[in-house]
Design a protein around this ligand. Structure first.
Ligand code: SF4
Ligand code: SF4
Length: 617
């Protein structure tokens, strides 16, 4: 029988079509990492997802951690004990891990330690557009930036190698168009993973108490200067071509610059930058010789541009420099944006091609909760519970699918700031807005990620609030990763299942209960009780528990579908206007159910005043 080999375990010298994130995973195992940990977050999730799929075969330790700080610390400790490791996160995740990040540069490591930050320009699925190369400058940690999946693999390897050579952490900054692009990737050979290490007692090396940290800072600044020199010599930083125009292009900006120059038929010198932080000053000095104009092409913030201007100022070189003024700093970089900037600098008449007009009416598809989504049922029940009590709660939302509750007909997300921010902000509102109860809405994975600490704060400081955990038994938004509430580990093994309600009870929450959102009457009753507790100055935590309808579909758990008996239906449209399930469509005055979309949750059947919905089991 032919043994199935995962594509990232392919033979050396073969070429495989890989996603950028899979290429990063391959680079890490080519280096021989022994440990990898992350919290899922788009566009980074496939790195650990892929490593988890091959972890048992390779004998390496891979985990989904409860949050990015926990993942960072786990991988950092592995590197302290001589085991090469990787941690991966989306850009906002690095904010959560920024505490150990800053200290890791002071202590350094004993084996390769790579921090992958997958940034999301244009905010395809993020709450901001931050450029994490700033963290490199801030923390004195070099940043590598690949321009395509092949380089993503190679720079992962190089980052681990340099990290081990200089005993210093490295950051690999990817962006959505690299992490989520698929391309042929030539594989290198796999090293045997190093999975166990030693940790002799050396507190002066690892404990950042002031007396130690002061000495560490001196060494850190020395190392930083040395790294800027060394990075100039790596092959991924290089000068190509010639001309009076110098394009300094970092990361994915290099690929766009090459295409744009070809498109415009312009001869230019390119300084390809794969180490935007710190910028290799020796190489910059070589690249600017004899040029008249410089254009810096980079995605998001002018980090290379800023350092370049500093270097040239120190060298007393005066040359016209453009970058952010022509490229902009909002949204994703495109070939058109780069071409427009080059055309302007070269005095060429050029404008981006007009988009092809498609003469088809495409129906507008705003993002909506899926058919049968348990969150929809919870929002519906919460609305009715509030109405029953005649209250208008403040709904503090969080990061997850349930942020879609912001849309009509629910409009039940007043704030969405960051992971765990729902309970965090509720702590503030509960002491300042006295005439409205506060309902903090968050998901199961989010509860474990960053909900527990602010919940303890609420109990300790007596901040009345209803904490509503929408537990769909997975981390649905990032691709169904497990979490402590599922009890399954990243490698598919049985872990310890941790109950949200048990944690809440243990911390002293006044009222804890669990309900099934598909049972609307019971759900409303429980929510009314929870809200009453809050109105009396207490803290309630309710878990609305029902498996994600998409996961239920995948697992073959959908047993029935519903249809509408048009003879019974009175066309009141209550099911359409107040539930808004995408499977229910309005026909000629009366609605009907698209059978292929229906997930058989039965919620519509419970709210129809004339019981027109029929279960087709
Ligand atoms: S709620 Fe019932 S009666 Fe009203 S439109 Fe929907 S199916 Fe018809
Ligand atoms: S049973 Fe009703 S509410 Fe549930 S998925 Fe089907 S149509 Fe939508």
């Amino acid at each position: 029988m032919v043994k199935h080999v995962h594509r990232i375990l392919g033979e050396s010298s073969t070429t495989v079509f890989l996603l950028g994130n899979e290429a990063i995973a391959r680079g890490a195992i080519e280096y021989g990492i022994g440990v990898a940990a992350a919290y899922p977050g788009t566009p980074s999730s496939e790195i650990i997802g892929t490593l988890a799929e091959v972890a048992n075969e390779l004998g390496i330790y891979v985990e989904w951690s409860t949050n990015e700080k926990t993942a960072f610390e786990l991988a950092y400790a592995a590197a302290m004990s001589g085991v090469p490791s990787l941690t991966a996160m989306k850009h906002v995740g690095l904010n959560v891990a920024s505490d150990p990040l800053m200290s890791s540069a002071y202590t350094g490591v004993k084996a390769g330690f790579l921090i992958v930050s997958a940034d999301d320009p244009y905010m395809h699925s993020s709450q901001n557009e931050q450029d994490n190369r700033w963290y490199g400058l801030h923390a004195y940690i070099p940043v590598l930036e690949p321009s395509n999946p092949q380089e993503a693999k190679e720079l992962t390897y190089l980052g681990l190698e340099l990290s081990e050579k200089f005993l210093h952490p490295f950051i690999l900054r990817s962006v959505t168009r690299v992490s989520h692009a698929r391309a042929p990737v030539k594989l290198g050979s796999l090293r045997t993973p190093r999975v166990s290490g030693l940790f002799p007692r050396e507190p002066e090396r690892w404990a950042v108490i002031p007396a130690h940290a002061r000495k560490m800072k001196v060494e850190l600044v020395r190392k930083w200067r040395e790294l800027a020199e060394v990075l100039a010599d790596i092959q991924y930083n290089r000068v190509e071509g010639d001309g009076k125009l110098l394009v300094v292009a970092s990361g994915v900006g290099y690929a766009y610059s090459r295409d744009a120059l070809k498109l415009l038929k312009v001869e230019a010198r390119i300084l390809k930058i794969s180490t935007p932080v710190p910028l290799p000053n020796k190489l910059v000095a070589k690249a600017v010789e004899g040029v008249e104009k410089i254009l810096v092409v980079e995605e998001t913030d002018p980090i290379v541009e800023m350092q370049l201007k500093n270097i040239l100022f120190d060298m007393d070189i005066h040359v016209e420099i453009h970058g952010e003024d022509l490229i902009g700093r909002i949204g994703e970089l495109t070939i058109d944006r780069v071409a427009q900037a080059i055309a302007k600098l070269c005095g060429i008449e050029w404008s981006p091609p007009k988009p092809i007009e498609i003469h088809i009416e495409i129906p507008p598809r705003p993002p909506v909760l899926c058919p049968g989504c348990p969150h929809r049922a919870t929002f519906y029940a919460l609305k009715l519970a509030s109405r029953k009590l005649g209250v208008d709660p403040i709904y503090t939302g969080d990061i997850g699918c349930y942020s879609l509750g912001i849309a009509p007909p629910y409009r039940m997300q007043d704030t969405i700031i960051n992971m765990g921010g729902s309970i965090g902000l509720a702590n503030g509102f509960s002491h300042t807005v006295r005439d409205r109860p506060v309902v903090a809405i968050l998901g199961d994975s989010t509860f474990f990620h960053a909900g527990i600490a602010p919940m303890i704060n609420a109990v300790y400081n007596r901040s009345p609030m209803l904490i509503l955990v929408l537990d769909n038994e997975t981390t649905a938004m990032t691709g169904f990763q497990p979490h402590p509430g599922t009890g399954i580990t990243a490698r598919g093994l049985q872990g310890r299942k941790i109950g949200i309600e048990e944690i809440a009870k243990a911390t002293g929450v006044d009222y804890v209960n669990v309900f099934d959102p598909y049972d609307i009457t019971k759900a409303i009753e429980t929510l009314v009780k929870g809200l009453r507790i809050v109105m009396d100055g207490g803290i309630a935590l309710l878990v609305s528990r029902r498996i994600c309808s998409l996961l239920a579909l995948r697992l073959g758990l959908i047993k029935s579908r519903y249809t509408i008996d048009s003879n019974k239906c009175i066309g009141c449209l209550l099911c359409v206007k107040s539930l808004a399930c995408p499977a229910i469509v309005v026909g000629d005055a009366k609605p009907y159910i698209v059978e292929s979309l229906c997930r058989g949750c039965g919620v519509c059947a419970q709210i129809c005043p004339v019981k027109a919905m029929v279960n087709k089991e």
